[in-house]
Design a protein around this ligand. Structure first.
Ligand code: GAL
Length: 637
């Protein structure tokens, strides 16, 4: 795995570039990402390109033995461009234009802005497409960051109408699919359809789902335009985009198919603070991050890639953007780096080389402090580089488990939660965590993935069942788990004919006759003999000829079983997930290991890694050793 950093030569006097480059190489780095926010310096006036500074920056890095990842600068259109076409900014859900003065102030559907992006990307690729220093291209930066996938602009509205016409063919078909007779919402022409915002009460969920699908397709086609130019002008140079953590606003499987290397931006401490983790977990993992946060995304984005993936931005110290921004425990930066290698990453690049003394991110740590002295992470980078050097390239061992992840599922649940604590990402993450706590390696895969070769398959929920999915599960030779709400919606967001789980009814042998959500704090006990789980958040009533495999204390079905396929009709708590993982692994002949709290293991084809995420030393029985906090242990296979 290569190491790198994110560098902004335009932020620093040219006199220090060469020294920066020398110090990067000395620290063990060999990749430098630059340029992704530099539009105002590349083209300060319309049509006047200033390449010389960028030429010199690239040459300086290259002369030090570094290779360069160039970002296209389309996440930060300059002021003159916004002033030339003020309607290029996105319109938020409240109908307000997004202002200039930060970043990502553009609408994916604005044709004029798209043309400007094609122009600047073409100019950049013509300049550097064949440059020997260029190791990779990055398109834009973090599509969707700061809530920017959805825009409610005129451009988006008119593109949406075209998208609907292509999907449905006639307004009658659209009305029928959405159920627009309800509340007299019928349209006579596609031209009458608006985006689903600013309605008096909620808009039709089918309307929202199609708007999300449309918006996701716009991200994909925006990215594709850049990819096509880069492929033409820089043939053979790999293209990446840097995805985000816990982010489902567009279909990353789609975008991932169009690029060569899926990368993501790993900020474990910020994510722990900003997401649903309990106060107890936030305290226990304050300076380490929850032990599954980084790993979950490694496995998710590997599954969004064509095989090549990595970390484009690795947190090196406190960040600036979470509610609270603690410093990592000494050792964590090295641990996170090696964990990426253990999951098969081809690169980890730290954000950023030097902390900026100005502007929005001046409180965000780098590998250097603003005065150029080394920050705490620098020695950890050296330590990680030394270990990587010693162990050589790491290739994942075949994971026994496939965990099915669907962006569309996230949209469906988000549009109609029905109980406010039914959160898609949390459900998938908890399922992942239950597997990882028992020592299993996991591939997080798209519903379209080939499942042969896995020993067990878990589908936390999949409300809309794609064509062929039920047949694929029926043919799968191993235990399968389907979670609550699977098969509960048709492709146009209606209750399926014959009730849920729709296309999965034959496979599971159950019919869902009623659902209820439970407020936070309600926990209804499972049957005594089944290991102490409780029903929280969500419960379904099941009609079936089968006796439930697991029931609650009142005898209501919790898990139904038919020919290797389980349907779980409640929100599964940790005890229930642990029990299900044990049963499935037992049936599949997959060996489990009950790992102590905070310990995770991961296998590559050559090594078995163990990581201690706990803030204290932990004795690990299978190693017969105690791991200090924030440390790792490595054994050859
Ligand atoms: C990422 C972004 C970077 C920087 C970083 C700070 O979301 O891609 O440009 O803002 O966060 O943590």
């Amino acid at each position: 795995m290569k190491l790198g950093c994110c560098y902004y030569p335009e932020h620093w006097p040219e006199a220090i570039w060469a020294d920066d480059a020398r110090r990067m190489a000395e620290m063990g780095l060999n990749l430098v990402r630059i340029g992704e926010f530099a539009w105002s310096r590349i083209e300060p006036e319309p049509g006047q390109y200033h390449w010389s500074w960028l030429d010199r920056a690239i040459d300086t890095l290259h002369a030090a033995g570094l290779t360069v990842i160039i970002g296209t600068p389309t996440a930060t259109p300059p002021k003159w461009l916004v002033d030339r076409m003020p309607d290029m900014v996105a319109i938020d859900e409240q109908g307000r234009p997004r202002g200039f003065g930060s970043r990502r102030h553009y609408c994916f559907s604005h044709e004029g802005y798209r043309a400007e992006c094609r122009r600047i990307v073409t100019a950049l690729a013509e300049r550097y497409g064949e440059h020997p220093a260029i190791a990779m291209w990055q398109t834009d930066n973090e599509y969707g960051c700061h809530d920017t996938v959805l825009s409610f602009s005129d451009g988006a509205a008119s593109a949406f109408r075209g998208w609907l016409a292509a999907r449905y063919g006639s307004p009658e078909a659209l009305n029928a699919a959405w159920g627009n007779v309800f509340w007299s919402m019928e349209y006579r022409r596609f031209a009458e359809v608006d985006p689903p915002h600013l309605t008096v009460t909620e808009a039709n969920p089918a309307h929202w789902l199609d708007y999300r699908r449309f918006a996701s397709d716009q991200v994909r086609s925006f990215n594709r335009e850049q990819v096509d130019i880069l492929r033409r002008l820089s043939p053979g140079t790999p293209i990446t985009h840097n995805f985000m953590g816990f982010f489902t606003e567009f279909d990353h499987h789609d975008v991932g198919r169009d690029i060569d290397v899926a990368t993501w931006d790993s900020y474990p401490l910020g994510f722990l603070e900003q997401f649903w983790f309990s106060a107890k977990e936030k305290a226990a993992y304050l300076r380490q991050g929850h032990p599954d946060i980084a790993a979950f995304h490694h496995d998710l984005y590997r599954g969004c890639s064509n095989g090549r993936w990595g970390v484009m931005e690795q947190q090196p110290g406190p960040v600036n953007w979470a509610r609270f921004n603690p410093a990592p425990l000494p050792g964590m930066v090295a641990l996170w780096t090696l964990e990426a290698a253990a999951h098969g990453a081809e690169m980890t690049s730290y954000f950023r080389w030097r902390q900026a003394p100005f502007a929005q991110e001046q409180m965000h740590a780098g590998l250097l402090r603003p005065d150029s002295s080394e920050a705490e992470a620098a020695d950890e980078v050296r330590a990680a580089a030394a270990v990587l050097q010693e162990i050589g390239p790491q290739v994942c061992a075949k994971a026994p488990v496939a965990l099915v992840f669907s962006y569309e599922a996230a949209w469906v649940i988000g549009i109609q939660p029905q109980g406010q604590s039914f959160r898609y990402l949390e459900l998938v993450f908890e399922t992942y965590s239950a597997l990882r706590a028992k020592g299993l390696d996991v591939d997080i895969v798209a519903p379209s993935a080939d499942l042969s070769g896995y020993r067990m398959v878990l589908v936390p929920t999949l409300p809309i069942v794609p064509e062929g999915f039920a047949e694929k599960l029926a043919a799968f030779d191993g235990p399968v788990l389907l979670g609550p709400r699977s098969g509960s919606k048709s492709p146009s967001f209606c209750i399926p004919e014959g009730l849920a789980p729709g296309a999965l009814r034959d496979l599971t042998g159950v019919t869902v006759t009623r659902v209820e959500s439970l407020r936070d704090g309600v926990a209804e006990a499972g049957a005594k003999e089944t290991g102490g789980f409780a029903v929280t958040r969500w419960r379904e009533d099941i009609a079936s000829d089968l006796a439930p495999e697991l029931a609650d204390a009142a005898g209501r079905a919790v898990v139904s079983y038919k020919d290797g396929v389980r349907y779980c009709s409640v929100w599964p708590d940790r005890a229930l997930l642990a029990l299900l993982v044990e049963r499935m692994a037992g049936e599949a002949g997959v060996e489990l290991r009950n790992l102590p709290e905070g310990i995770r293991v991961r296998r590559t084809q050559t090594h078995v890694f163990a990581f201690n995420y706990a803030a204290e030393p932990v004795f690990v029985p299978h190693l017969g050793a105690t791991l200090p906090p924030a440390s790792w242990h490595l054994d050859p296979v």
